[in-house]
Design a protein around this ligand. Structure first.
Ligand code: FA5
Ligand code: MG
Length: 455
């Protein structure tokens, strides 16, 4: 049998995802069958799955009826919803086919839960909402990257037209006062802002933006406090020695086209700062376009796997997709009783098997440069295309793919690169013959699909 195309899949006429059918445009279609199959998994809704348990823990910090949860929104969205409505410029790199999975020119697999902001600012019956969902990004291969992962989006608004005396600032501070306190150390509560990247929005007063920002930060700090309380309890339950260091977090200036000002929240974890979420004061144009111009508010987006890895000490992102009972059975019952949460106990690690591949990139030869023909154009090199070939041929058997070396031939101007592929299954030991066989197939597919020349 032959693996299906990834970077240039043989296009069907239509694809059906979650029982809806979409017309395919072969000029845009780049969703491999591997990825299509994952759209039905919905790990965030699978009982006792660590992604789903993580969702439940975060949901508990944003209670109903102030926050309503939306966990079943369709993964297929329009380019307008995913990009335009949020203010992404037409040239934004995230729109490229090398980064995003397209079905046709206007239809794609969401790259983030923010794709649903416009829709929910219009439709939600509550002042706040939460969305949990799978999101899709063509990306590199390593222990913390997978082309499908899960995000949770949260948002909270106040309506100037509905608060007493139109005094939205007082209304926000009243809600802030009602939030619980925490005793975490905040290293940098108010990072400096670059006024050109993060201007005060013209429709906001400085006091309004400050009040919204404070409510946002306290809400998210409370979430982190809850997560680390769970980590601590879980370690105690498993008899793991407790760190005596207090929990430390910091706020860092960030940029998103759909919030200003914007921040990222980082947590000091295993001797480094780990980014766990992005957030900010929502751009007013989104609320205006959603038909609620009198509202002002905040939004955040968090990666559920990243939190789950730290909650359960899960060392490799591929594990989330495992159907091995040795993985799944460790979480049984936790969905019904978060008090049973315990760290994951890893299976024994199987040996790594490294194989290198060196090749000339396409589209740089003299002929195609001089001729400027279609082929040279079409075969523009992007590393993510290699990653897709590896995933399609090998599934989850590859742990990571690392660029080792790159050089440009002084005479011909051609570029040559070398990648190292680490074949290591999470579940069993691979034989050298097996790894060799996979590696040969990867090389063959690279030549055929990507037009590279193996050295
Ligand atoms: C976003 O996706 C924004 N939509 C977040 C946002 C929402 C900002 C609302 C402002 C308002 P970003 O690409 O940084 O931003 O991803 C957000 C979070 O998702 C990250 O902080 C991280 O926790 C997680 N994440 C991002 N990429 C990956 C990945 N490849 N694997 C696992 N988690 C990831
Ligand atoms: Mg980010």
């Amino acid at each position: 049998w032959r693996a299906r195309y990834s970077s240039k899949p043989e296009s069907p006429k239509t694809v059906t995802i979650n029982s809806k059918t979409y017309p395919v445009d072969p000029a845009w279609f780049n969703v491999s069958s591997t990825i299509l199959n994952l759209t039905s998994r919905k790990l965030h809704l699978q009982k006792d799955h660590p992604v789903s348990i993580t969702r439940q823990i975060i949901e508990s910090v944003f209670p109903s009826p102030t926050y309503l949860s939306y966990n079943n929104l369709d993964p297929v969205v329009t380019a307008h919803e995913n990009f335009d409505s949020l203010g992404f410029p037409p040239s934004h790199p995230g729109r490229a086919k090398t980064d995003t999975y397209y079905i046709n020119s206007t239809t794609l697999l969401r790259t983030h839960t923010s794709a649903h902001e416009a829709e929910l600012f219009t439709a939600s019956k509550s002042p706040g909402y939460l969305i949990s969902a799978d999101v899709f990004r063509r990306d590199e291969i390593d222990k913390s990257h997978y082309p499908v992962f899960h995000q949770m989006e949260g948002a909270r608004v106040w309506d100037r037209a509905a608060v007493p005396h139109g005094d939205v600032v007082s209304a926000i501070y009243k809600d802030l006062e009602a939030l619980p306190k925490h005793d975490m150390i905040i290293e940098d509560p108010n990072p400096h802002f670059h006024p050109e990247r993060n201007p005060l929005q013209s429709s906001h007063t400085a006091e309004e933006a400050e009040a919204v920002g404070k409510h946002l930060k306290r809400s998210l700090e409370l979430m982190v406090a809850e997560i680390f309380k769970r980590v601590k309890e879980s370690h105690a339950r498993a008899g793991i020695a407790q760190s005596t260091e207090p929990l430390k977090v910091r706020w860092v200036e960030a940029y998103f086209p759909f919030t200003s000002p914007s921040w990222e929240l980082e947590v000091w974890y295993q001797d480094e700062w780990l980014e766990i979420l992005g957030c900010g004061v929502s751009q007013q144009h989104i609320l205006n376009d959603a038909g609620v111009p009198s509202q002002i508010g905040w939004a955040f987006g968090i990666g559920l796997e990243r939190i789950a890895m730290l909650l359960f000490q899960i060392p490799d992102i591929r594990l989330f997709w495992s159907t091995d009972e040795r993985f799944l059975s460790q979480f049984t019952g936790v969905g019904d009783d978060l008090g049973k949460l315990k760290p994951f106990v890893g299976f024994s690690r199987h040996p790594a098997c490294y194989k290198d591949v060196s090749f000339w990139l396409p589209g740089h030869s003299k002929e195609s440069a001089a001729g400027g023909n279609d082929k040279g154009q079409r075969e523009q090199w992007h590393e993510n295309d290699l990653m897709e070939v590896v995933r399609d041929v090998c599934g989850d058997v590859v742990e990571d793919v690392v660029l080792m070396d790159s050089f440009t031939h002084p005479k011909t101007g051609r570029r040559s690169v070398c990648y190292r592929v680490n074949y290591r299954s999470l579940e069993r030991t691979l034989t050298n013959e097996e790894a060799n066989g996979l590696h040969e197939r990867v090389k063959g597919e690279m030549v055929e699909r990507l037009g590279v020349e193996i050295r």
